[in-house]
Design a binder for this molecule. Sequence first.
Ligand SMILES: Cc1ncc(COP(=O)(O)O)c(C=O)c1O
Length: 367
Amino acid sequence: MMRITELAKPHIRNLEPYQGGKPIEELERELGIQNAIKLASNECPHPPSERVLQALREALAGVHRYPDGGSFYLRRALAEHLETGVESLFLGAGSDEILEILVKCFLGPGDEAVFAWPSFAMYPIVTQGVGATAVKVPLDPQLVVDVKALVGAVTERTRLLFLSNPNNPTGTSIGAADLAGLLREVPEHVIVVNDEAYLDYVRREDFPDSLACLEDRSTFVTLRTFSKVYGLAGLRLGYAVGDPELVGLLERARHPFNVNLLAQVAGCAALEDPEHVSRIRRMTHAGLDQLECAFDEIGLAYTKSDANFILVKVGSCAAEIHAGLQRAGVITRRMDAFGLQDRLRITVGLPEENKRLIEALRQELGR
Ligand SMILES: Cc1ncc(COP(=O)(O)O)c(C=O)c1O
């Protein structure tokens, strides 16, 4: 019998599938437990704002129609929100889809994409998925993107450079001076993809104003998402801000209805509720402080985070601790695939979820 795998393109055959956080239902089914919590996928633990939920309820009866393929109202609202032109905006089904469309436009066999490592797991997947070469540049010893090394890894074959700022899975970020240096040093033929999925949680004052940098360089694009602080991960909505010429190329390469009807409605309503965003930001910071304080008490080292998750060093027994936490109904993320075997990545949850994680962790460590 023909083995179907042999028919597939070698670069697809050799891909390591994306390892997501274990779904709550799966863990509950496996262990026969209830009330499991997931602190593994950097989602927002709070539902979207009431304003968003109301808009969604009103839109539900219209889903027998295709959505507006140009997302007219959402683009207009977003342009107003960002004080930019609609022609500089591209919308996608999450930033994941935009990464894939960028790759489709600019990468092929023989081309290279450069990015720091460990970083977002989708960068190597989308790159290798089109037969291009992923060039991984180690983070510095503090687990911060090493800008000099990143610049040094660029060659004539480099077409894309992915920068996760703040960086997933470390939560570290680079400041305005470093981004300016990177944009100065990286040759113009390289499109710098500045992925700001966690922008809304950043507290450092010198964080780059990336939209201002767009004016100086046409091969620079910023990606953002509604999956985090807006709490819309399940609807899949993200956007890119870049040069209109670049946006025009992405528009050609996308599916006609890539942003679904409910995502468009929810996005518009979410932008009208800045108080909700501020509340989520405040609660996330309080949750980070709660976790840091507990790690200090327990004596665990961690990496200061500018995002809604934190990387904590639990030691060589990380796999056992991760399994023990799961038995207690707490799902966290192992870091083996990133070469950080002694750490776990923990997403900030609701205050009572954070407390449960801390108690389960103490239990596992016997501290
Ligand atoms: C750095 C980074 N970029 C992009 C994404 C994808 O976001 P979206 O849900 O918009 O596809 C994530 C998701 O966790 C992320 O960590």
